[in-house]
Every structure is written in C-alpha cells, then in structure tokens.
Design a protein. Sequence first.
Length: 253
Amino acid sequence: MRGRGRLGEIQERIKRLIIDERLPPGAPMPTETELMERLEVSRNSVREALKALQAMGIVEIRHGFGTYVGAMSMAPMTEGLSFRTVAGHYRGEDSLLQLLELREAVETGLMARLVAGPEQLAELERLAGRMRREAEAGQVRAETDRAFHSALYAGLGNSLLSEVLDAFWDAFHRVRTDLAELHPDPLVTWQQHAAILDAVRDGDMRRAEEAVRAHFGNIRERLRSTAPDATTRQPRFDDSSITSAASITPQGR
C-alpha cells in the first residue's frame, strides 16, 4: 500500500494503539522513535500521520514536549459545518436554513425526554433573568442564548449530545452574517425563551416543544426575509462563538 493509502493505514494503527491502551485525553503518546519501532515505519511516515491526526483533534503535538492524546472535541466538525454552510450560502443554496432545521429537529426531538431537576431549573431561571435584563438594555448576548440552550438539555446527562448541540450552535452563529442586519427584537427573544422555561417548569413537554418550535420559527422567518443581495456580500465570521478544543493538562510520562 502506497501514498495516501499507506498514510491512512498508519493513522488507523495509531488510533488503534490509543484505544487498545485506553489512553485518555491528555495522556502522553509513545515517542516518535517508539512509534517507528512498534509500527515498523519511517520517522517521516510517523510525523505525517501524527500531523493528520492532530488536524482531526485526535492527538496534540507540543513541540519540545512530545505528543499527547487530543481533546477529541467537536471543533473539526464545527469548522466543517461552518465552511460548508457559508460556502453553500454564497452559492445561493439554503444552507443556513438547512443547518437551522437540523438544530430544530434535534432540539425539539429531545423535549419529550427532558426532565428538569431543581438545579437545572434554577440555572434556567438565572439565565432567563439575565436574558431579560439584556433585552431591556437593547441586545441579548449570544453567550446567554447559548448558555440557556446548553442548560436546557444538560439534565439528559449525555456529554456527547451536549457537544454535538454546541457544534450545531457554533456553526450556525459563526455564519449569521445575514441575520445580523435584521436586528431581531431582543424582547421577543427573551419572551420566547421565557415561554420555554415556563413549560419546562410546569412539566408540560408538549408545550415546551411548541415553544421551541416557535423560537426556531422566528429565526426561520428572519432567514427567509434576508435581503436579496445577501449572497453578494462577503462573509463575516462571528469568531466569538468559535468552538476551540479544550485545553488539556499534560499527564506525566
């Protein structure tokens, strides 16, 4: 096997090594020399494979320190979704709407399973209060909106699901250029989130699902009313919501 096929094989063997040895994020990887000996490949092949795995977030190369198991975050997924969405949008496709519908399908589909405990309700109350104050001041911050949606599903206890939802949120808000000029009413934004909270507090998941759909419906209408020249403007990425791989504390060798 040669070229890319050979490189792919080495990558798979390194991934298998991480799995077989149960190495957690932040754990030190074998040195280049050790990998050369164990995989019976050249130093250049090991380096190329590690560079490719670093791009996927599977390993992290720290020059002068060594290679560590990566955070395995959703950052590469977010980057791919963002680029695909903005590229499609500026080709005249409904890619922003498609991404919004993906978020809506996942979030509304989870409502029937939602059970909010006292701590989760207290956090949602706190965030709704902050959102109201921000709305009354003229603008709901993106960070508050994101935190509310994260807290809403935190009770499911599924960390992978939380990361995927965050990736969808990040990808959408990184390319919200065409939403930014529509100036959404911050009081409407707060009221819609308050309606979600009221339904969750009452344990009425059907009403909560309807409130979530109404929230997404409002965003959808703003998307559909985007100015005709939107596809001719240069995209401006909202870097404030970029997902970055969590920092990892190196473990001792």
